[in-house]
Write a protein that binds this ligand. Sequence first.
Ligand SMILES: [Zn+2]
Length: 545
Amino acid sequence: MISADTIFLGGRIITVDPDFRIADAVAVADRRIIAVGTESEVRTLCSPSTRVIDLAGRTLLPGFVEAHGHPTAEMNMLGPDTVDIRASECPTAADVFARLRDAVALAAPEDWVIAFGWDPLLVPDLPEMSGRLLTELSPEIPVSVMHYSAHSSWANDAALARLGLDRNSPDPVGSAFIRSADGELTGEGREVPASMILMGPTMQARPDSFGGFLHHELHRFAAAGITTTGDLAFEATHYDAVADYMAGHDSPVRIRAYERSGAGPHIAPAAAGDSMFRKVGVKVWKDGSPWIGNIHTSFGYEDSAATRAVGVHPGHRGCSNYTAEDLLEICRTHVGDGWQIACHVHGDLAIDTVLDTFEQVMGETGRTDLRLRLEHCGAITAAQVRRAHALGVTISFFVAHIHFYGDVLRGLFGDRADEWTPAGVAAECGMPFSLHNDSPVTPANPLLNMRTAMTRQSRSGAVLGDHLRIDIRDAIRAQTIWPAWQLHSEHEIGSIETGKFADFVILDGDPLTTDPAELDAIGVVETWIAGRRVDAVHDVAGIGP
Ligand SMILES: [Zn+2]
């Protein structure tokens, strides 16, 4: 009989298996789980060389799974060269501009100051951002600022000049450079492709620093207890660099990549990687962000200070990035090739189109096995959730909106705030769904997501839609086995069952017995991947320039 490399005992083990069994001990050999059960059962697998980990009353769960992250983007957005102006770092406009001015003052002429996290909603005293404002701040040195959502950014004249952009520059596909009435670029980019261009080359790791950036970034996930993350805007040009990193390092986190639609060249399914890193699908953006006014809804913004902070007029409605015909063509191509689609979509009108498209494409291709995904779904209706479930379409909810933006949601959308990200409807109809943070939009924090989905509480404690609360078991599933299923990985991760990889998170509290409002106070003590303990994030060596 095989003997265990490591056994864990002395605490509660929440297996998240189909029976939601609680076990006393788990044994690991050669990266995988070989037994789950009572302490005496598992001890029979011990040899003299077996390492025994005493949980000392702590709780062990499957490593958390982030269904919708952006590790290869966040590693740049919050890389060593970025000025972090997120509301969590800079709560007032004075803080934001102090950081920007300091960075400009310290910059050399050849530098480029990049800042991430502009957030006029959560920092209400910020002025209206524009390229002109940044040119006044820095006439000579290029400065680019990205909105918190990454769906919008602004560049000063010096940055536009260095990028070689002018009135004749075409809009990147699926996005736009905003122009004045006379056709000149204003310095504003809307939607991800244009926004990324305006941020310039500094917001990209160089080939020789890519591995260091990614290593640092993945430890950020590991510190939150995450052992697998989706990468929902993967650049095809990054395959080799990520594969090299995985081959050369002990990665703390698995990555499941969704390539940008139309980004090509697309790798074949057979060459799609291994258990640490592989492509599982394709990402499409149907609309944008409620915080910048470009989600495609049947209803308009309210007349409120929050709406003015977004920079749109009362009654404003956003529109889609693609027509129904364009979306159909994109989905036909990728589903026909056998790829899952993950579609960013918030507005109810956009969701109707995506569901129509998914239904048609599944009918045409017969591919009902791909687990097509809707991402975020702020303004999805209960009827749309039920329709998605009936079609076999699954949802990843951006429930962190309720926590971070819950206090402004009612100002933006009135009573619809109480229906925002209705995970409770998905739970009710039996859909395997997930919760996510979309970091860097919000910091990766599964326990906070679980708390939010269970309490529907904003930061101030206001409750939005208590009829949409989910229970603790579904909250745990929505950060473990269900996102594993969405990532086509439930055969290898997501629960503590014999044969799966030994990916664990050890917590200093038991979520099953903790007051839901206190879930985010539970500490992540250790993270293990494939039977190996991940070094604490503060132990990671410096990542260099
Ligand atoms: Zn995203």
